[in-house]
Design a protein around this ligand. Structure first.
Ligand SMILES: Nc1nc2c(ncn2[C@@H]2O[C@H](COP(=O)(O)OP(=O)(O)OP(=O)(O)O)[C@@H](O)[C@H]2O)c(=O)[nH]1
Ligand SMILES: [Mg+2]
Length: 426
């Protein structure tokens, strides 16, 4: 509707006046109360206010510690007791999540990150390192950086770590792939899968983004973490001087590694300086053989989850083993996976006390899940997974074998804090 200019001006003025009056009426009481001076208020005198706050603080801290109200506890004493109970938030070990991943796995990657950040890393802020043989897209970088408050790094895999070495007969390698494909072996026909396994076996630890790190936690897109992780696994590795940690151990597909054991035994015989004597009671040799070394029992730690020492992976023994295997050509002519390669190295070169089963970390990769099955306070108090669905009791699992070789029970591997009896409501 048309109105003359003067009339429109008057309407605007009225509206403005109404707005100003409403704002003053609304703001005035709080402004008035915050500036009024109450001489009975201890905070009137800033010294008294400080004392009051300190007293309140002490009271609260005493309550948190369950201390007697009348116990004379000095502020510093309370503070130091409280500090000793704090999680080690700012005492990070030199560790990082390390992920080899493709751009098209972005959303599965974001999902893995969300699980890990929720379950653990929001308290610790360990960095993420992403590696790829192709440059990461801006979209990948933006949408993964957005999932964490930690530092995020993106690296390119060098060409020499993702290609054929000159001693490989590529024609024969292609024939082997075709043959395995026809036989229906999982990933048998895939060329990129072989480059991936070779990279994860022998090169990832050489990437400059991992320089200066002591431990890596390998993560894959699309994995799930079903239990609250209440402690810092990197710190556990460091404090216990561990070299290798896993959540699942299982039997490898025999067709992917027909000559891996033969090559490994050959290496052990020609490089005894790197092999831990299998006659010692703390040798892990029995983890990978049921017949005193005649054959490989195919047991391996599933490397899609692993937390391990980079010093171990970069050690002369491990590197000599990888180089030896690489010369044999089995990464290309067969389909040797990084999981059996890491596991055979750990079982031959490390001692029992160097390897840890992260039993209390609920974890799922594909359809395989590790869920703690006991004790109740852990299974039902800290995890959402179904203990009945845990892979550990399946015939393809090697975790029972691990316990048998170690002479331990699952209780020996629970790091999660045992709750106070009154906190268990099951
Ligand atoms: N950049 C890059 N990453 C790869 C490639 N192939 C596999 N990966 C990554 O390497 C890891 C292992 O690959 P997967 O395809 O998950 O292999 P897998 O775990 O044996 O098999 P799945 O049962 O399919 O998970 C994952 O983190 C993948 O994202 C590749 O060609 N390029
Ligand atoms: Mg995978």
């Amino acid at each position: 509707m048309y109105r003359p200019t003067r009339q429109r001006g008057a309407i605007r003025l009225c509206l403005f006046a109404v707005f100003v009056i409403t704002a003053i009426t609304w703001l005035y009481p709080s402004w008035l109360s915050s500036t009024s001076i109450d001489v009975d208020d201890p905070c009137y005198d800033s010294g008294a206010c400080y004392d009051l706050l300190l007293e309140t603080y002490q009271e609260q801290e005493r309550e948190k510690l369950g201390l007697d109200k009348d116990s004379a506890v000095e502020a510093d004493e309370v503070k130091s007791q409280i500090e000793s109970q704090q999680p080690e938030e700012f005492e990070r070990v030199k560790g990082a999540f390390v992920v080899l991943v493709r751009n098209n796995e972005l959303y599965a990657m974001r999902s893995s990150m969300q699980y890990l950040e929720d379950r653990f890393n929001h308290k610790y802020h360990y960095p993420w390192i992403f590696l790829n043989e192709e440059p990461f897209t801006e979209e990948f970088k933006t949408l993964t950086t957005a999932m964490t408050q930690s530092e995020v790094h993106y690296g390119l895999v060098p060409k020499e770590h993702w290609g054929y070495p000159d001693w490989i007969n590529q024609t024969y390698a292609a024939e082997c792939r075709q043959d395995m494909h026809v036989r229906g072996i999982v990933y048998g026909g895939s060329e990129s899968y072989r480059h991936m396994c070779r990279f994860q076996s022998g090169f990832f630890y050489l990437h400059p983004l991992l320089d200066g790190l002591e431990y890596y936690w390998r993560v894959e897109p699309g994995v799930k973490f079903s239990c609250e992780i209440e402690y810092d696994p990197f710190r556990v590795m460091k404090e216990r001087d561990l070299k290798y940690g896993f959540t699942m151990a299982l039997v490898e597909l025999a067709d992917t590694v027909p000559s891996l054991w033969k090559a490994t035994v050959e290496f052990a015989k020609s490089h005894p300086q790197y092999i831990y004597p299998r006659s010692r009671p703390d040798s892990l040799f029995e983890m990978v053989t049921d017949d005193r070394g005649v054959t490989y029992n195919l047991c391996h730690f599933w490397s899609n989850f692993e937390i391990a020492s980079l010093d171990f992976m970069r050690s002369p023994g491990y590197r000599a083993y990888f180089d030896f295997l690489d010369r044999k050509g089995g990464f290309f002519y067969e389909r040797w996976g990084d999981a059996p390669v890491h596991s055979l190295a750990a079982s031959l070169m490390l001692r029992k006390q160097d390897v840890h089963w992260f039993y209390d970390i609920g974890y799922m990769h594909d359809y395989f899940e590790h869920c703690p099955t006991e004790p109740h306070w852990l299974t039902y108090g800290k995890c959402y997974c179904d203990p009945g669905a845990s892979f550990d009791q399946s015939s393809g699992s090697c975790t029972n074998r691990f316990l048998e070789v170690m002479g331990k029970t699952v209780d020996d591997y629970i790091v999660t804090k045992n709750p106070e009896p009154e906190d268990i409501r099951l």
